[in-house]
Design a protein around this ligand. Structure first.
Ligand code: PMP
Length: 353
Protein backbone atom coordinates (compact mmCIF):
# COMPACT_ATOMS: atom_id res chain seq x y z
CA UNK A 1 0.00 0.00 0.00
CA UNK A 2 2.83 2.41 0.81
CA UNK A 3 4.56 1.75 -2.52
CA UNK A 4 2.50 4.44 -4.25
CA UNK A 5 3.70 7.01 -1.69
CA UNK A 6 7.35 6.11 -2.22
CA UNK A 7 6.90 6.38 -5.99
CA UNK A 8 5.84 10.02 -5.57
CA UNK A 9 8.93 10.74 -3.44
CA UNK A 10 11.31 9.69 -6.19
CA UNK A 11 15.00 10.65 -5.93
CA UNK A 12 14.85 12.01 -2.39
CA UNK A 13 14.52 8.46 -1.07
CA UNK A 14 17.31 7.06 -3.26
CA UNK A 15 20.74 6.26 -1.82
CA UNK A 16 23.93 5.29 -3.62
CA UNK A 17 26.49 3.13 -1.83
CA UNK A 18 29.91 3.06 -3.50
CA UNK A 19 31.85 -0.21 -3.53
CA UNK A 20 34.31 0.87 -0.83
CA UNK A 21 31.65 1.78 1.75
CA UNK A 22 30.04 -0.29 4.54
CA UNK A 23 32.67 -3.03 4.24
CA UNK A 24 33.55 -3.57 7.91
CA UNK A 25 31.55 -5.63 10.42
CA UNK A 26 31.81 -2.72 12.84
CA UNK A 27 29.85 0.53 13.01
CA UNK A 28 30.54 2.18 16.36
CA UNK A 29 32.61 0.09 18.77
CA UNK A 30 31.82 2.48 21.66
CA UNK A 31 28.10 1.83 21.33
CA UNK A 32 26.37 -0.99 23.26
CA UNK A 33 25.16 -2.21 19.88
CA UNK A 34 28.48 -2.07 18.02
CA UNK A 35 26.93 -2.82 14.59
CA UNK A 36 24.35 0.00 14.83
CA UNK A 37 24.91 2.68 12.18
CA UNK A 38 24.93 6.16 13.77
CA UNK A 39 22.97 7.64 10.88
CA UNK A 40 20.21 5.08 11.39
CA UNK A 41 20.14 5.56 15.19
CA UNK A 42 19.88 9.35 14.72
CA UNK A 43 16.91 9.01 12.36
CA UNK A 44 15.17 6.53 14.70
CA UNK A 45 15.41 9.00 17.61
CA UNK A 46 14.35 11.89 15.40
CA UNK A 47 11.23 10.08 14.14
CA UNK A 48 10.14 8.99 17.63
CA UNK A 49 10.56 12.56 18.93
CA UNK A 50 8.52 13.85 15.99
CA UNK A 51 5.68 11.33 16.38
CA UNK A 52 5.82 11.17 20.18
CA UNK A 53 5.04 7.43 20.25
CA UNK A 54 8.01 6.19 22.33
CA UNK A 55 10.59 7.54 24.74
CA UNK A 56 14.07 7.50 23.26
CA UNK A 57 16.05 9.42 25.87
CA UNK A 58 17.06 8.76 29.51
CA UNK A 59 19.92 6.44 28.58
CA UNK A 60 17.86 4.01 26.54
CA UNK A 61 19.84 1.87 24.11
CA UNK A 62 18.88 1.19 20.52
CA UNK A 63 19.54 -2.33 19.24
CA UNK A 64 19.10 -2.86 15.50
CA UNK A 65 17.90 -6.20 14.15
CA UNK A 66 17.25 -8.06 10.90
CA UNK A 67 13.59 -7.20 11.20
CA UNK A 68 11.91 -7.08 14.58
CA UNK A 69 11.62 -10.88 14.24
CA UNK A 70 15.31 -11.23 15.04
CA UNK A 71 14.96 -8.74 17.89
CA UNK A 72 12.11 -10.76 19.34
CA UNK A 73 14.41 -13.79 19.53
CA UNK A 74 17.22 -11.64 20.95
CA UNK A 75 14.82 -10.36 23.62
CA UNK A 76 13.71 -13.88 24.55
CA UNK A 77 17.37 -14.85 24.97
CA UNK A 78 18.17 -11.71 26.95
CA UNK A 79 15.23 -12.10 29.36
CA UNK A 80 15.51 -15.85 30.02
CA UNK A 81 17.33 -16.99 33.15
CA UNK A 82 20.32 -18.99 31.85
CA UNK A 83 20.46 -21.30 34.86
CA UNK A 84 16.71 -21.92 35.35
CA UNK A 85 15.60 -25.48 36.21
CA UNK A 86 13.30 -25.46 33.19
CA UNK A 87 12.53 -23.22 30.20
CA UNK A 88 10.77 -19.95 31.07
CA UNK A 89 7.13 -19.66 29.97
CA UNK A 90 6.38 -17.23 27.14
CA UNK A 91 2.78 -16.00 26.94
CA UNK A 92 0.64 -13.53 25.01
CA UNK A 93 -3.11 -12.85 25.19
CA UNK A 94 -5.23 -14.43 22.44
CA UNK A 95 -5.61 -13.62 19.67
CA UNK A 96 -1.81 -13.35 19.41
CA UNK A 97 0.51 -12.85 16.42
CA UNK A 98 1.10 -16.38 15.13
CA UNK A 99 4.88 -15.98 14.65
CA UNK A 100 5.49 -15.70 18.40
CA UNK A 101 4.48 -19.31 18.88
CA UNK A 102 6.42 -20.53 15.81
CA UNK A 103 9.58 -18.60 16.65
CA UNK A 104 9.57 -19.45 20.36
CA UNK A 105 9.29 -23.21 19.88
CA UNK A 106 11.13 -23.67 16.57
CA UNK A 107 14.49 -24.68 18.04
CA UNK A 108 13.07 -26.38 21.15
CA UNK A 109 15.21 -24.18 23.36
CA UNK A 110 16.13 -25.10 26.93
CA UNK A 111 15.82 -21.39 27.81
CA UNK A 112 12.20 -20.64 26.93
CA UNK A 113 9.01 -22.29 25.72
CA UNK A 114 5.62 -21.20 24.43
CA UNK A 115 2.89 -21.39 27.08
CA UNK A 116 0.02 -19.85 25.09
CA UNK A 117 -2.67 -17.46 26.25
CA UNK A 118 -1.60 -14.87 28.84
CA UNK A 119 -5.20 -14.60 29.98
CA UNK A 120 -5.60 -16.94 32.94
CA UNK A 121 -1.85 -17.58 33.16
CA UNK A 122 -1.01 -17.84 36.86
CA UNK A 123 0.92 -14.77 38.01
CA UNK A 124 2.73 -16.62 40.78
CA UNK A 125 6.38 -16.14 41.71
CA UNK A 126 7.94 -18.17 38.88
CA UNK A 127 9.54 -16.34 35.95
CA UNK A 128 7.64 -15.74 32.70
CA UNK A 129 7.82 -13.47 29.67
CA UNK A 130 4.67 -11.72 28.42
CA UNK A 131 4.51 -10.32 24.91
CA UNK A 132 2.26 -7.30 24.58
CA UNK A 133 1.38 -6.30 21.03
CA UNK A 134 -0.23 -2.89 20.83
CA UNK A 135 -2.07 -2.22 18.61
CA UNK A 136 -2.55 -5.94 18.35
CA UNK A 137 -2.00 -8.18 15.34
CA UNK A 138 -4.52 -9.62 14.33
CA UNK A 139 -7.43 -7.68 15.92
CA UNK A 140 -6.12 -4.09 16.14
CA UNK A 141 -6.97 -3.38 19.78
CA UNK A 142 -4.71 -1.40 22.10
CA UNK A 143 -3.30 -3.64 24.82
CA UNK A 144 -1.57 -3.60 28.18
CA UNK A 145 0.28 -6.37 30.05
CA UNK A 146 -2.25 -8.57 31.86
CA UNK A 147 -0.29 -11.15 33.89
CA UNK A 148 0.45 -9.83 37.32
CA UNK A 149 3.34 -11.98 38.55
CA UNK A 150 6.26 -10.81 40.63
CA UNK A 151 8.93 -12.36 38.35
CA UNK A 152 7.51 -11.41 34.95
CA UNK A 153 9.29 -9.59 32.13
CA UNK A 154 7.56 -7.95 29.20
CA UNK A 155 8.37 -7.42 25.55
CA UNK A 156 6.23 -4.70 23.97
CA UNK A 157 5.83 -5.18 20.23
CA UNK A 158 4.79 -1.73 19.00
CA UNK A 159 5.11 -2.46 15.28
CA UNK A 160 1.72 -0.78 14.64
CA UNK A 161 1.94 2.11 17.09
CA UNK A 162 2.09 4.72 14.31
CA UNK A 163 -0.41 7.44 13.37
CA UNK A 164 -1.66 5.81 10.16
CA UNK A 165 -3.10 2.96 12.27
CA UNK A 166 -4.08 4.41 15.61
CA UNK A 167 -4.17 7.53 17.78
CA UNK A 168 -0.84 8.33 19.44
CA UNK A 169 -2.15 8.84 22.98
CA UNK A 170 1.09 8.64 24.96
CA UNK A 171 4.83 8.32 24.68
CA UNK A 172 5.32 4.60 25.34
CA UNK A 173 7.86 3.96 28.08
CA UNK A 174 8.36 0.19 28.47
CA UNK A 175 11.44 -1.92 29.21
CA UNK A 176 11.80 -3.36 25.70
CA UNK A 177 9.89 -1.83 22.79
CA UNK A 178 10.12 -3.34 19.30
CA UNK A 179 9.56 -1.41 16.08
CA UNK A 180 10.04 -2.23 12.40
CA UNK A 181 10.17 -0.45 9.06
CA UNK A 182 7.96 -3.28 7.72
CA UNK A 183 4.88 -1.66 9.27
CA UNK A 184 5.92 1.94 9.86
CA UNK A 185 7.12 2.77 6.33
CA UNK A 186 6.18 -0.37 4.37
CA UNK A 187 9.79 -1.52 3.73
CA UNK A 188 9.41 -5.13 4.90
CA UNK A 189 12.02 -6.29 2.38
CA UNK A 190 14.73 -4.09 3.89
CA UNK A 191 14.56 -6.37 6.98
CA UNK A 192 15.26 -3.67 9.55
CA UNK A 193 13.77 -3.39 13.01
CA UNK A 194 14.91 -1.68 16.18
CA UNK A 195 14.47 -2.18 19.89
CA UNK A 196 14.43 0.60 22.48
CA UNK A 197 15.83 -0.95 25.63
CA UNK A 198 15.87 0.61 29.11
CA UNK A 199 18.34 -1.72 30.84
CA UNK A 200 21.84 -1.60 29.36
CA UNK A 201 22.61 -5.16 30.47
CA UNK A 202 19.57 -6.43 28.56
CA UNK A 203 20.65 -4.41 25.51
CA UNK A 204 24.11 -6.01 25.74
CA UNK A 205 22.64 -9.50 25.87
CA UNK A 206 20.38 -8.77 22.89
CA UNK A 207 23.44 -7.50 21.01
CA UNK A 208 25.32 -10.68 21.95
CA UNK A 209 22.49 -12.81 20.54
CA UNK A 210 22.63 -10.96 17.21
CA UNK A 211 26.44 -11.20 17.19
CA UNK A 212 26.22 -14.98 17.52
CA UNK A 213 23.26 -15.24 15.15
CA UNK A 214 24.35 -13.05 12.20
CA UNK A 215 27.47 -11.05 13.35
CA UNK A 216 25.49 -7.84 13.11
CA UNK A 217 22.89 -6.42 10.75
CA UNK A 218 23.32 -5.30 7.14
CA UNK A 219 24.76 -1.78 7.07
CA UNK A 220 23.42 -1.26 3.56
CA UNK A 221 19.92 -1.91 4.87
CA UNK A 222 20.47 0.37 7.86
CA UNK A 223 21.57 3.21 5.57
CA UNK A 224 18.57 2.68 3.33
CA UNK A 225 16.24 2.61 6.34
CA UNK A 226 17.91 5.78 7.67
CA UNK A 227 17.15 7.56 4.41
CA UNK A 228 13.55 6.35 4.38
CA UNK A 229 12.98 7.59 7.95
CA UNK A 230 14.71 10.87 7.12
CA UNK A 231 12.39 11.51 4.16
CA UNK A 232 9.39 11.01 6.47
CA UNK A 233 10.72 13.31 9.19
CA UNK A 234 11.86 15.97 6.68
CA UNK A 235 8.40 15.95 5.12
CA UNK A 236 6.72 16.56 8.46
CA UNK A 237 9.23 19.05 9.84
CA UNK A 238 9.65 21.25 6.78
CA UNK A 239 6.99 22.93 4.69
CA UNK A 240 6.29 20.83 1.60
CA UNK A 241 7.06 22.76 -1.55
CA UNK A 242 6.59 20.20 -4.31
CA UNK A 243 3.03 19.18 -3.50
CA UNK A 244 3.98 15.75 -2.06
CA UNK A 245 1.71 14.63 0.75
CA UNK A 246 3.27 14.04 4.16
CA UNK A 247 3.76 10.36 4.93
CA UNK A 248 1.52 9.90 7.96
CA UNK A 249 -1.24 12.00 6.41
CA UNK A 250 -1.04 9.87 3.29
CA UNK A 251 -1.11 6.68 5.40
CA UNK A 252 -4.05 7.84 7.46
CA UNK A 253 -6.01 8.94 4.38
CA UNK A 254 -5.44 5.56 2.69
CA UNK A 255 -6.35 3.54 5.79
CA UNK A 256 -9.46 5.65 6.44
CA UNK A 257 -10.64 5.16 2.89
CA UNK A 258 -10.01 1.39 2.92
CA UNK A 259 -11.69 0.84 6.29
CA UNK A 260 -14.73 2.91 5.33
CA UNK A 261 -15.14 0.90 2.14
CA UNK A 262 -14.66 -2.42 3.93
CA UNK A 263 -17.18 -1.51 6.65
CA UNK A 264 -19.68 -0.50 3.98
CA UNK A 265 -19.36 -3.88 2.20
CA UNK A 266 -19.55 -5.82 5.49
CA UNK A 267 -22.70 -3.86 6.44
CA UNK A 268 -24.31 -4.53 3.08
CA UNK A 269 -23.67 -8.31 3.12
CA UNK A 270 -24.57 -8.76 6.81
CA UNK A 271 -22.69 -12.08 6.79
CA UNK A 272 -19.68 -10.88 8.73
CA UNK A 273 -18.77 -8.61 11.59
CA UNK A 274 -15.74 -6.48 12.37
CA UNK A 275 -14.31 -5.14 15.64
CA UNK A 276 -15.46 -1.70 16.72
CA UNK A 277 -12.93 0.82 18.00
CA UNK A 278 -13.31 3.91 20.13
CA UNK A 279 -11.79 7.07 18.60
CA UNK A 280 -9.14 8.79 20.71
CA UNK A 281 -7.24 12.06 20.75
CA UNK A 282 -4.03 11.70 18.76
CA UNK A 283 -1.30 13.95 20.12
CA UNK A 284 0.58 13.74 16.85
CA UNK A 285 -2.37 14.71 14.62
CA UNK A 286 -3.71 17.20 17.18
CA UNK A 287 -7.25 15.85 16.77
CA UNK A 288 -9.44 12.87 17.58
CA UNK A 289 -8.75 10.03 15.17
CA UNK A 290 -10.21 6.62 14.40
CA UNK A 291 -8.37 3.30 14.65
CA UNK A 292 -7.59 1.71 11.28
CA UNK A 293 -5.62 -1.49 11.86
CA UNK A 294 -3.28 -3.08 9.33
CA UNK A 295 -5.46 -6.20 9.47
CA UNK A 296 -9.20 -6.73 9.49
CA UNK A 297 -10.24 -9.36 12.05
CA UNK A 298 -13.31 -10.62 10.27
CA UNK A 299 -15.88 -12.88 11.95
CA UNK A 300 -18.19 -15.09 9.96
CA UNK A 301 -21.78 -14.66 11.22
CA UNK A 302 -23.44 -17.13 8.84
CA UNK A 303 -25.41 -20.06 10.23
CA UNK A 304 -23.85 -23.36 9.17
CA UNK A 305 -20.46 -21.90 8.19
CA UNK A 306 -17.83 -22.80 10.76
CA UNK A 307 -14.60 -22.60 8.77
CA UNK A 308 -14.48 -18.99 7.62
CA UNK A 309 -11.06 -19.35 5.91
CA UNK A 310 -12.29 -22.34 3.89
CA UNK A 311 -15.52 -20.57 2.95
CA UNK A 312 -13.70 -17.46 1.74
CA UNK A 313 -11.08 -19.52 -0.06
CA UNK A 314 -13.81 -21.25 -2.04
CA UNK A 315 -14.76 -17.74 -3.20
CA UNK A 316 -11.16 -16.88 -4.11
CA UNK A 317 -10.43 -14.76 -1.06
CA UNK A 318 -7.24 -15.73 0.77
CA UNK A 319 -7.16 -15.07 4.51
CA UNK A 320 -5.52 -16.58 7.60
CA UNK A 321 -7.67 -18.61 9.95
CA UNK A 322 -8.22 -17.60 13.57
CA UNK A 323 -6.76 -20.94 14.69
CA UNK A 324 -3.23 -19.66 13.98
CA UNK A 325 -3.80 -16.86 16.46
CA UNK A 326 -5.06 -19.10 19.27
CA UNK A 327 -8.73 -18.44 18.39
CA UNK A 328 -11.68 -20.15 16.71
CA UNK A 329 -12.05 -20.80 12.99
CA UNK A 330 -15.02 -18.44 12.67
CA UNK A 331 -12.45 -15.63 12.62
CA UNK A 332 -10.02 -14.79 9.85
CA UNK A 333 -7.34 -12.13 9.44
CA UNK A 334 -7.30 -10.11 6.23
CA UNK A 335 -4.47 -7.78 5.21
CA UNK A 336 -5.48 -4.15 4.74
CA UNK A 337 -2.07 -3.20 3.31
CA UNK A 338 -2.02 -4.86 -0.08
CA UNK A 339 -1.71 -2.94 -3.35
CA UNK A 340 -4.81 -1.01 -4.51
CA UNK A 341 -5.75 -3.54 -7.24
CA UNK A 342 -5.70 -6.46 -4.81
CA UNK A 343 -7.62 -4.61 -2.13
CA UNK A 344 -10.26 -3.51 -4.66
CA UNK A 345 -10.60 -7.10 -5.89
CA UNK A 346 -11.00 -8.32 -2.31
CA UNK A 347 -13.87 -5.87 -1.70
CA UNK A 348 -15.47 -6.75 -5.00
CA UNK A 349 -15.40 -10.49 -4.23
CA UNK A 350 -16.63 -9.95 -0.69
CA UNK A 351 -19.52 -7.82 -1.94
CA UNK A 352 -20.46 -10.48 -4.53
CA UNK A 353 -20.66 -13.42 -2.10
N1 PMP B 1 5.51 -7.93 15.01
C1 PMP B 1 4.27 -7.88 14.56
C2 PMP B 1 3.15 -7.63 15.52
C3 PMP B 1 4.00 -8.09 13.21
O1 PMP B 1 2.75 -8.07 12.75
C4 PMP B 1 5.07 -8.33 12.31
C5 PMP B 1 4.87 -8.56 10.83
N2 PMP B 1 3.76 -9.25 10.45
C6 PMP B 1 6.34 -8.39 12.84
C7 PMP B 1 6.54 -8.16 14.18
C8 PMP B 1 7.51 -8.74 11.95
O2 PMP B 1 8.26 -7.64 11.64
P1 PMP B 1 9.61 -7.73 10.80
O3 PMP B 1 9.24 -7.71 9.37
O4 PMP B 1 10.32 -6.48 11.21
O5 PMP B 1 10.37 -8.95 11.20
Amino acid sequence: MFESFWRTVGERSTIVIPGWKTMSYFSDVRSVCWFLETEFADEVRRLHRLVGNAKVDDGRSIVVGTGSTQLFQAALYALSPLDGPEPVNVVSAVPYYSSYLAVTDFLKSRLYKWAGDACGFPGDDSPYIEIVTSPNNPDGFTRKAIVNGSCGKTIHDLAYYWPQYTAITEEADHDIMLFTVSKSTGHAGTRIGWALVKDEEVAKRMTKFIEINTIGVSKDSQLRAARILKVISDGHEWPVTDGTERFFEYGRRMMTDRWERLREVVRSTSRFSLPQFTPAFCKFAGETTETHPAFAWLKCEMEGVEDCEGYLKSHKILTRSGKHFGMDIKHVRVSMLDRDEIFDLFLERLANL
